[in-house]
Design a protein around this ligand. Structure first.
Ligand code: GLN
Length: 194
């Protein structure tokens, strides 16, 4: 199994390190040819406008969209924004997942927080909450069609969703030492029978 991490901008090294720690081959993706032979892709947090503009500049947006149509993709934070079909403003998006997202819905950098949340499907039988790190994260306004909310804050705000092969989280599992969301994604990739 080989998983790519979009490495245009943002927290890509952290994802790569966790994947390698789990024994999964992980590579940086910067050019369309880097997608060849990948079984899954992570789009990291960072700045979604920058990621979108750089993807356009390197002619990656089309190939990324094509890859996403047939493969597991997980977007964290800015990656979640980039994957959404609707964000209520004009900026370059992959726009594959049937979710409505609001950027910067939890305030500024100084308003960053960490909170325990339940994520359904994370680990059978175990109920340990996951430490969710929020840094200028987006809010999931609506999951439409086949998209399903899999985690909420205590006040009910949805912060993670799945739709088929796609996973999105408003928060940053790569900034904790809890590897369970990465394990969930590796399982999603593995279930496709690589
Ligand atoms: N605020 C950023 C954006 O709108 C996302 C922040 C993050 O990825 N930590 O793209």
């Amino acid at each position: 199994m080989k998983i790519g991490v979009l490495a245009l901008q943002g927290a890509f090294i952290e994802h790569i390190n966790i994947l390698r720690g789990l024994g999964v081959e992980a590579v940086e993706v910067r050019l369309p040819e880097d997608l060849a032979g990948l079984d899954g892709l992570i789009i990291p947090g960072g700045e979604s406008t920058t990621i979108g503009k750089l993807a356009d500049t390197f002619d990656l947006t089309g190939p990324l969209r094509e890859f996403a149509e047939g493969n597991p993709v997980w977007g964290t934070c800015a990656g979640m924004i980039f994957m959404a079909k609707e964000i209520g403003r004009d900026q370059p998006l992959l726009g594959v997942m049937d979710i409505v997202v609001e950027r910067n819905a939890f305030g500024r950098q100084v308003d960053s927080f960490i909170t325990p949340i339940e994520i359904s499907g994370l680990d059978e039988g175990q109920t340990d909450p996951f430490p969710a790190v929020f840094i200028r994260g987006p809010r999931l306004v609506e999951a439409r069609g086949d998209a399903t909310v899999i985690a909420r804050l205590a006040d009910g705000t949805p912060v993670a969703a799945r739709e088929g092969n796609w996973l999105v989280t408003s928060f940053h599992p790569e900034l904790t030492d809890d590897t369970r969301v990465h394990e969930l994604f590796v399982k999603m990739v593995g279930e496709r029978g690589w």
